[in-house]
Design a protein around this ligand. Structure first.
Ligand SMILES: Cc1cn([C@H]2C[C@H](O)[C@@H](COP(=O)(O)OP(=O)(O)O[C@H]3O[C@H](C)C(=O)[C@H](O)[C@H]3O)O2)c(=O)[nH]c1=O
Length: 181
């Protein structure tokens, strides 16, 4: 598992070693020892999530203001443009975003530590995402930042208007959001 820092160095792209043969392929999708070696963190993942979305579905930008979740995201069908926003006021990257293509094809995974808002848009006909989280879902602590906040100016690869949940249609601007110290 090779880990590559992104423009926000705490956010890492993992590329697993994929063993292909005439039967298909095999790879370790998670290895706690390797995760620690690559991140220096003993992530205690407590929840696995699985979502499926159609093209142009945009989920996000979500975070939990309490019980913030670290997330290890991968795609097992289709492709997404995965976006992370640093919402830690003390960070030199506060208000900055990065986007990474995760797909069943590239087998890449994204490690998003606690302290970031997370979202993605589906760029294939459909996509299935699996992700581990380091804390439990806590709906009362869930917050949404508006996907098209002009201050963030995220360059979403959209083909037309995105398909949003009611919650995501009413996200708040970063300037008005509860953020981390
Ligand atoms: C997140 C979550 C949701 N739910 C229930 C609540 C709703 O009845 C249903 C759909 O929830 P929601 O519309 O919040 O799902 P997403 O829009 O995919 O939310 C996720 O999308 C972005 C990309 C994230 O990073 C988070 O993991 C998460 O916020 O699943 C649960 O039962 N457990 C959970 O952990």
């Amino acid at each position: 598992m090779k880990a590559t820092p992104t423009a926000m160095p705490e956010v890492l792209v993992f590329e697993p070693k994929v063993f292909g043969d005439s039967r298909g392929f095999f790879y370790e999708s998670y290895n706690a020892r390797e995760f620690f070696e690559q991140t220096g963190q003993n992530a205690n993942f407590v929840q696995d999530n699985h979502s499926r979305s159609a093209r142009n579905v945009l989920r996000g930008l979500h975070y939990q203001i309490r019980q913030p979740q670290g997330k290890l995201i991968r795609v097992i069908h289709g492709a997404i443009f995965d976006v992370v926003v640093d919402i830690r006021r003390s960070s030199p990257f506060f208000g900055r975003w990065i986007g990474v293509e995760l797909s069943a094809e590239n087998c890449r995974q994204l490690w998003v530590p606690p302290g970031f808002a997370h979202g993605f848009v589906v760029t294939s006909d459909s996509a299935e995402c699996l992700y581990k989280t380091t804390d439990y879902w806590s709906p009362e602590h869930e917050r949404s930042i508006l996907w098209n906040d002009p201050e963030l100016a995220i360059d979403w690869p959209l083909s037309g208007e995105p398909m949003l949940s009611g919650k995501d249609s009413h996200g708040v601007l970063l300037a008005d959001a509860e953020v981390f110290a």
